[in-house]
Ligand binder design. Sequence first.
Ligand code: CDP
Length: 220
Amino acid sequence: MSPFPVIAIDGPTASGKGTVASLVAEKLGFHYLDSGALYRLVALASEKRGIDVKNGHELGLLVPKLLISFKNSQVLLDGEDVTEAIRTENIGLRASTLAVHPELRSALVCLQRSFCQSPGLVADGRDMASIIFPDAVLKVFLTATAAARAERRYKQLIAKGISAKLSDLLQDLQERDVRDSSRGTAPLLIADGAKVLETSDLSIDQAVKTVLDWYQSEIL
Ligand code: CDP
């Protein structure tokens, strides 16, 4: 049982769930968990240590050895600022490859639940509603068409001065969708009781407002 209210926001890659979830958390004064960042941190740390992405056992053992902290918008790994380093497409792909291992997923459960602190938490990922916080007050499945998501990712990268090709991004995210949805452990799915939010034609503000309205009606 989560001690404080949780809003779980799941969805496919580049659906905008990170942006929406962090803004909802800010509006409510809640904590925010970007669970994908944890998978990305394991991807980076395991790459540095030369651990094979197929070695679920070693990846699971690695988790308790990592010193992870989130400070404002900075992500630190063993004291090093890795905020940018975990955001590359390469690390995203590696994260989605190693996220299939049950040993790694279970090693991350307690860490994820420890983010649930007063006065509440907004958590985003793939299995927030189904596995990590099944008793979440509100469960949202945020999605958009693959074309809309590829375009958003493209704009994000270009704005950061990183060159990108729209067709490659579309192909990468479709591959990641298939892997995230078809894996045996904690696949990306619409959890029981989740509300689906299709954001292809919504602005960020509209998506945030919808989630806040849904939350208000749940706690009335
Ligand atoms: O930015 P994007 O949505 O592509 O990815 P992310 O949320 O940062 O997560 C990176 C990868 O970690 C995803 O492709 C998933 O395979 C995996 N992941 C997961 O399996 N479960 C979670 N709760 C969060 C992320």
